[in-house]
Design a protein around this ligand. Structure first.
Ligand SMILES: Cc1cc2nc3c(=O)[nH]c(=O)nc-3n(C[C@H](O)[C@H](O)[C@H](O)COP(=O)(O)OP(=O)(O)OC[C@H]3O[C@@H](n4cnc5c(N)ncnc54)[C@H](O)[C@@H]3O)c2cc1C
Length: 404
């Protein structure tokens, strides 16, 4: 460990707390705020080019993150890493259960559809790879203030100051960088409540095989069961902000699952931002990625894919634009538009049909439940995309016309 300017620079990822004595300013080419999937993937993508890259994280990794830890195959495919060491369980089956009226659909694949992880180990794996690729990791370092200059950005932290040429803000849904740079609040957030819970082995056994999603229990939302090595991550989420009593829906969900009383249970709640942040391209020399940019999928409320992808695109845009602000932003906007933003527009429309129009959803599922399950499975595995599916009018015209 090398102490530089009062900030603690860790050449290896350890869980030692940093010193917090304030010191001189650390100069970086790129500062990435937040070592979640978005920030760590960005740092990894910038590695090996001789740039001074700093990954600034308020926690000391590995840290718990409220998340189902369901990493879809399309997310795994984006990473230049073997993630198997941190996968607790591979789910080759996705099960969709509808309540009122009861319906059940399942899809299977030879390759895993969802790799189940605990986020502390998953994020730590990517962070470690980024450090090995040359990033400096500053842990226990919270960015508090952001000052935008003409050709640089200053980040003030509890442990000292950074002066940097570009910032990638990957500091999650409650982004301090967004607040500090005057970006509007996120809209379209999906409140979610989740428990890491252990039950009697025979009660858990039937739920260990598949990634399970339940619709029709939580208003305008869904419940999920993600099996881990020795426990279940069980959660409920909704598109209705503030109105739903999620802990109550969770209790009811446990009853429906017939799991009995948990032997152990840790409860967590947080927001998943499912609408791109307004004004995200407006802050000088700052690119927003992942949840800080509001890029989670509105249908699945899954944000790891978009986090990794947007972090990588932000990193590549800085390289392609050679640190010239206008060129970097142009590259980032174009890359996001080509990959994620169009996808999210379609997904938002589908989410509206699915969550806000329960009668229509029931009709569609009754007629085409298996086909819809198959299509969603293709999308989350990366076999197709929302836009590719929509470009084939047969797909959705059949749904609405009721063809077989
Ligand atoms: C209950 C729940 C279940 C979910 N389940 C899934 C799922 O199964 N699959 C899926 O794909 N997605 C899931 N999501 C969404 C997913 O967790 C997020 O979309 C994803 O974590 C976004 O990654 P990120 O890197 O943008 O942000 P984060 O993972 O939130 O990482 C942000 C990082 O920034 C750090 N940070 C924050 N502020 C500062 C600061 N001021 N200074 C320095 N560091 C800072 C934080 O400590 C954190 O490490 C779920 C979310 C919730 C709430």
């Amino acid at each position: 460990m090398t102490a530089r300017s009062g900030l603690t620079y860790k050449s290896r990822v350890t869980s030692t707390a940093p010193t917090t004595a304030s010191g001189q300013t650390v100069e970086l080419d790129v500062a990435i705020v937040g070592a979640g999937p978005a920030g760590a993937a960005a740092a990894l993508a910038l590695g090996g080019r001789g740039l001074r890259v700093g990954l600034i994280e308020k926690a000391v990794p590995p840290r718990y993150k409220t998340c189902g830890g369901g990493v879809l195959r399309r997310a795994v495919a984006l990473l230049p890493l073997d993630v198997r060491a941190v996968v607790e369980r591979e789910c080759h089956v996705a099960e969709f259960v509808h309540h009122g009226p009861p319906m059940r659909f399942a899809c299977g694949r030879e390759q895993p559809i969802v790799s189940m992880v605990m986020r502390d180990r998953f994020d730590h794996l990517i962070t470690t790879a980024a450090v090995q690729a040359g990033a400096q990791l500053f842990t226990g370092t919270t960015v508090r203030e952001v000052t935008l200059g003409a050709d640089h950005v200053t980040l003030a932290t509890g442990a000292g100051e950074f002066r940097v040429r570009f910032v990638i803000a990957a500091d999650g849904a409650a982004s301090v960088v967004a607040k500090q740079t005057g970006r509007p609040e996120l809209r379209g957030v999906f409140p979610a409540f989740e428990c890491e819970a252990t039950f009697a082995a025979d009660a858990m056994a039937p739920l260990l095989r598949a990634a399970r999603f339940d619709f029709g229990l939580v208003p305008a939302g869904y419940g999920w069961v993600f099996p881990k090595r020795g426990h279940l991550s069980i959660g409920v989420g909704t598109t209705v902000r503030g109105a739903a009593n999620l802990p109550q829906h969770y209790r009811r969900y446990l009853e429906v699952l017939g799991l009995g009383t948990p032997l152990h249970e840790e409860r967590h709640g947080y927001l998943i931002p499912c609408r791109p942040r307004d004004g995200m391209f407006g802050a000088h020399r700052v690119l927003f990625a992942g949840d800080a940019a509001g890029l989670a999928d509105p249908v699945t409320a899954e944000g790891i894919t978009a986090g990794i992808l947007s972090g990588q695109l932000a990193a590549r845009a800085i390289l392609a634009g050679e640190f010239a602000e206008a060129a970097v932003k142009r590259c980032y906007r174009a890359a996001l538009e080509q990959t994620l933003l169009g996808e999210l527009r379609i997904a938002r429309w589908l989410a509206w049909v699915f969550y806000e129009c329960p009668r229509l959803r029931t009709v569609l599922l009754k007629r085409h439940g298996q086909r819809m399950t198959e299509l969603m499975t293709k999308i989350v595995t990366g076999e197709t995309t929302y836009s590719a599916a929509m470009r084939r009018p047969g797909n959705y015209l059949r749904l609405f016309r009721g063809g077989a």
